[in-house]
Design a protein around this ligand. Structure first.
Ligand code: PGA
Length: 244
């Protein structure tokens, strides 16, 4: 049985005031039947940790454990600040920072070595979707971004079509089902416990579409951006996942 995961990615949003969101989620969901994760900006990580059942995670990490890398943060540092997860390979990192599959695999490996769970993100662009290459792109990203040492315990895959992130556009449930089934079969072929790896959907998930998305086979939860910034928006998504 895969334990479901509702993950929030705050991206470059949030200051001290936003810690109230984590406190409110912890109060509203004292004993959730799913895992709940918030990935705040690094500046808030240590203070966001320790709120009841709400796990916290980083949004990125460096592949090295320490050294001369101004502005970067290592997986060990995230762990030290209270993180149990880290997102790797988000499309905004791939685009804004030119991260390659190989770099994402190295970051994910660093996460494992620090004892963190890596949420490894993959997904096609609109051009790739329209050009009919979605599954080929997914295959390349899966092959290149996931370390050989990945297990069901240390890895979560997030399928996030780039064209659905922050746009309000959501794939049809049929499109989500097709890609999730494809990812599942690839994970099962490659990893002994690939059947146990969680696969999240991400991209414009909100309270009004969460139940429909969570009903899709092989969807084990969501990675949520905009709708994770307010407790009033994220809480119903957590509840929808609990009821799925
Ligand atoms: P969104 O972002 O929910 O705002 O579309 C999702 C993500 O980038 O993880």
């Amino acid at each position: 049985m895969r334990r479901k995961l509702a993950a929030g990615n705050w991206k470059m949003n949030g200051t001290t005031d936003s810690l109230g969101v984590v406190a409110e989620l912890a109060d509203t969901h004292p004993d959730p039947s799913v895992d709940v994760l918030i990935c705040p900006p690094a500046t808030l990580l240590a203070r966001a940790a320790g709120h009841g059942a709400i796990a916290v995670g980083g949004q990125d990490c460096h592949a090295a454990t320490s050294g001369a890398h101004t502005g970067d943060i290592s997986a060990d540092m995230l762990k030290d600040a209270g993180a149990t997860y880290v997102i790797t390979g988000h499309s905004e990192r791939r685009t804004d920072h030119g991260e390659t599959d190989a770099e994402i695999a190295a970051k994910s490996q660093a996460a494992y070595e620090a004892g963190l769970i890596a949420v490894i993100c993959i997904g096609e662009t609109l051009d790739e979707r329209e050009g009919g290459t979605t599954l080929t792109v997914i295959d390349t990203q899966l092959a290149g971004s996931i370390p050989e040492t990945a297990t069901a315990a240390n890895t979560v895959i997030a399928y996030e079509p780039v064209w659905a992130i922050g746009t309000g556009k959501v794939p049809t449930t049929g499109q989500i089902a097709e890609v999730h089934a494809h990812i599942r079969s690839r994970l099962s072929e490659r990893f002994v416990d690939g059947d146990g790896m969680r696969i999240l959907y991400g991209g414009s998930v909100k309270a009004s579409n969460a139940a429909e998305i969570f009903a899709v086979p092989e969807v084990d939860g969501a990675l949520v951006g905009g709708a994770s910034l307010k407790a009033a928006d994220f809480s119903p998504i957590i509840s929808a996942l609990e009821n799925a």
